[in-house]
Design a protein around this ligand. Structure first.
Ligand code: SF4
Length: 516
């Protein structure tokens, strides 16, 4: 586009912008949230902010880390970029357009507006006489895949970059429908919107961006209505309490562990609430209406129905659907690690030891955030486990095994990856969650996490707000302050996680078996 047409487009965009100032703007963060949960977008637009939960310290920690990472990347950028972060919004929009007209090679903190779209790409980079947009991300630019074989573009990054590219296109400054991510591994990852999303997903990444934009506009205009669907992401969301109340009030199917949003939507077409689902003859329905359980299966649906029925019974008790094979031994080690996944750092290995001498907590922690300390704690934990070769090791879900395998790859002189993994695999170890709780038992709880299951059995954590995310926050606080009380809080939390496993395993030994 030549300069006249370009400035015409900018002028029209500016006028349209003023007209739509009263409307909801579609931003990159809005599209990011839309990928995680459409209901969050609706709530952010229309719900009373008084219903929001207080700020989540862990989310703030993530935010701080993202900002620190972005600053470190920006400082190292060459050629030195033009920084447009300062100033009011209107001035930044004007300055961004001026900088592009002047052909500035690299712009940070630019602001683009057109119609109802608003974007603030971290980077605008000149290519020829036009620009492409880029974002600095403190995560990996791709998901899945192994080192070397790439992986897949991330949808929540793609929709953000799609918005910036769309804005550049509308304003006449886009070089092509592609953008890039500068990721945590210092890689520039290209996001080419002309590519098909995956062999199984027809449609390009541009189509994906467009469909999300359309949905966002539908929500903004009140045409699309959404409802809460409880899932793992809710724990990081400021509407958690409000959505939980709503889900309880209407008996939403997402209250059943593992149902989630998409299967809730599918089942919801036939069963308006958890009570209707619990009462249904699923086998007969599957035979007569094949669409209802398509992609779910009768067996899975019957398991969810058993969970739903238990949730609806105030006098409900958990039960097993088969005879359980559980670990026995004179000594049993209940094991839990604490890690900071964003730093790929393991700072604590905790064991609740139950043997003929009694019960005690044994722990090995990193005294600082260096690799030397991480290695030292890992080496001590491996030595401890090897010193008790016949003691079963009980853990909850595969995270401990995955973590030790990763540590084995990093410190093969302590234990190779295979050796470390073998220590936490059958026959030496027992995964309480995948070996018993999830496949073979039914609980009246909202999820099958160790917290929910152990609390149902009457166990309580000493800390009022126990969580792995909080533990990371406490570890960071302890590194800064050196306050022993901060360290003790982490140790107590980890010990309680380990002790909770003992409570759950003991309960499993006594659980009634119901096969119908
Ligand atoms: S709490 Fe969950 S369902 Fe509610 S808005 Fe947040 S992510 Fe969506």
């Amino acid at each position: 586009m030549d300069d006249d047409r370009r400035s015409n487009a900018e002028g029209i965009a500016g006028r349209k912008q003023r007209l739509s100032d009263m409307q909801h703007r579609i931003t990159a963060s809005l599209l990011y949230n839309l990928v995680l949960c459409p209901h969050r977008v609706e709530r952010d637009m229309f719900s009373d902010p008084i219903e929001k939960d207080p700020p989540n310290a862990f989310v703030e920690l993530l935010w701080e880390r993202g900002s620190a990472f972005e600053s470190s990347v920006v400082e190292a950028l060459r050629p030195e970029p033009l920084n447009l972060r300062a100033g009011n919004d209107e001035a930044r929009v004007r300055a961004t357009l001026t900088a592009m007209r002047e052909g500035v090679p690299l712009i940070i903190g630019g602001r683009l507006e057109s119609d109802d779209l608003l974007g603030e790409p971290d980077l605008l980079r000149r290519e020829g006489d036009r620009y492409i947009a880029g974002d600095i991300k403190s995560g990996r630019g791709l998901e899945g895949g192994d080192e070397g074989d790439g992986g897949r573009l991330k949808l929540h990054y793609a929709v953000q970059l799609g918005l910036y590219t769309d804005l550049l296109e509308r304003l006449g400054w886009s070089v092509a429908r592609r953008a890039f991510v500068w990721d945590v591994e210092s890689r520039e990852v290209s996001y080419d919107f002309e590519l098909q999303q995956s062999p199984k997903t027809p449609g390009t990444w541009w189509d994906a961006y467009q469909s999300h934009l359309e949905l966002a506009r539908g929500i903004a205009n009140g045409v699309e209505k959404t409802t809460p669907a409880l899932c793992g992401d809710c724990k990081m969301c400021h509407w958690m309490s409000a959505c939980s109340r709503k889900a309880e009030e209407v008996g939403d199917l997402s209250l059943i562990p593992e149902v989630g949003r998409s299967r809730r939507d599918r089942l919801g077409r036939r069963f308006p609430n958890i009570r209707a689902f619990a009462a249904a003859d699923l086998t007969a329905i599957a035979a007569a209406e094949s669409e209802v359980l398509k992609g779910i299966g009768v067996g899975q649906a019957l398991r969810w129905q058993a969970r739903a029925r238990l949730q609806l019974d105030p006098a409900a008790h958990p039960y097993s659907v088969t005879e359980l094979e559980l670990p026995f031994g004179e000594t049993i080690l209940y094991f839990d690690v604490e890690t900071d996944p964003m730093l790929d750092f393991c700072y604590l290995h905790g064991f609740w030891v139950v043997d003929v001498a009694g019960k005690r907590f044994v722990e090995f922690h990193a005294a600082d955030a260096t690799r030397a300390e991480e290695r030292s704690a890992f080496a001590s934990a491996v030595d401890f486990v090897r010193s008790l070769p016949t003691a079963p090791i009980v853990h909850y879900a595969p995270y401990e095994r995955v973590t030790w395998r990763g540590l084995g790859e990093r410190y093969p002189d302590v234990a190779t990856a295979d050796e470390a993994q073998a220590l936490l695999s059958t026959p030496r170890a027992f995964d309480l969650y995948h070996g018993a709780i999830r496949p073979h038992t039914i609980w009246p709880t909202r999820d099958y996490s160790i917290k929910s299951v152990a609390k149902h059995l009457g166990f309580s954590w000493r800390d009022r707000h126990p969580s792995g995310a909080a533990s990371i926050e406490w570890f960071q606080a302890w590194l800064k302050s050196g306050d022993p009380a901060e360290l003790q809080r982490i140790l107590d939390y980890n010990e309680d996680d380990c002790r909770a496993m003992e409570v759950v395993l003991d309960a499993l030994r006594k659980l009634p078996v119901k096969t119908h």
